[in-house]
Design a protein around this ligand. Structure first.
Ligand code: IPE
Ligand code: IPE
Ligand code: MG
Length: 258
């Protein structure tokens, strides 16, 4: 009896979710969503668990979020997984986070492949441990011909460094006659950034109640819609993502016009 009730409850939940998804699909969805996945440590602390338990839980949320984003027709999902400033954290925490790509991709890569998801990465590769980079490069290679959602991990990513490097590259190209100063415009400059193959995010989500960018996509987010929630990343679920998209669909983007 109890099992039957549980089953019915489960079916009801998923059918409500289905209805919501259908509703959302009637209107244009954001092409590119970027998420600052924050609050793993606090989630763990609330449960008297080590911070790394929060990161592990957060990894499962990445899977669910990716699948739903793919399902509703989002073209790109950029997830801020590790910033250039996060190296300041205790060694054991950093080491644990650097193992997560292997664990995540080791478990979910077949599912990503099956669902036509393409894996990409944006960030400074040189400082990453070999095992971390290897896992990501394997996933990139295996999914390179997929045409569904692009799942872009921002790993060892920092926006100021990215912009500075782009400026240096531009100067270099001008010096070497590859680029004329007069040719440089916003579109050309964007092509020097790590996000060059992506359109700017339409929607930025940050969890955990912090209202800041923490060095994330400063150039690219110039005209994005922002959605903040107090929910900690490991508690973020399908309902929250759909809510953010729903709010986005009600916003009027003006880009400085009327
Ligand atoms: C986000 O969660 C994950 C990373 C920055 C790697 P945090 O680890 O920042 O969690 P809080 O903000 O301390 O709760
Ligand atoms: C931003 O979160 C980086 C990631 C989510 C990967 P942080 O937790 O590092 O940001 P601050 O320190 O609160 O600004
Ligand atoms: Mg944080």
């Amino acid at each position: 009896m109890l099992n039957k009730f549980r089953l019915r409850k489960k079916q009801n939940t998923s059918s409500t979710l289905r209805d919501k998804i259908e509703e959302i699909k009637k209107m244009p969805v954001p092409e590119h969503i970027a998420i600052i996945m924050d609050g793993n440590g606090r989630w763990a602390k609330k449960r008297a668990l080590p911070r790394i338990a929060g990161h592990h839980e957060g990894m499962k949320v990445v899977r669910k979020t990716t699948m739903l984003a793919n399902d509703i027709g989002i073209k790109a999902l950029t997830l801020y997984a590790f910033s250039t400033e996060n190296w300041k954290r205790p060694k054991n925490e950093v080491e644990y986070i650097m193992k997560l790509p292997e664990e995540f991709l080791g478990t979910f890569l077949p599912e990503l492949v099956k669902n036509n998801v393409q894996v990409k990465m944006m960030g400074y590769k040189d400082q990453l441990p070999v095992h971390t980079l290897r896992a990501i490069e394997k996933a990139m290679e295996e999914t390179k011909n997929n045409t569904g959602l692009v799942l872009n991990f921002a790993l060892n990513y920092g926006s100021r460094a990215e912009i500075l490097d782009a400026v240096k590259q531009v100067l270099n190209d001008c010096k070497n006659g590859i680029l004329e100063e007069t040719e440089l415009n916003e579109q050309v400059f964007s092509s020097y950034l790590m996000s060059s193959t992506f359109s700017d995010p339409d929607l930025l989500i940050r969890t955990s109640g912090e209202i800041r960018l923490s060095n994330f996509m400063l150039w690219q987010l110039a005209y994005s819609e922002f959605w903040f929630t107090d929910v900690l990343w490991p508690d973020f679920n399908e309902e929250h993502l759909l809510e953010a998209v729903e709010v986005f669909q009600k916003r009027q983007r003006r880009y400085g016009g009327l």
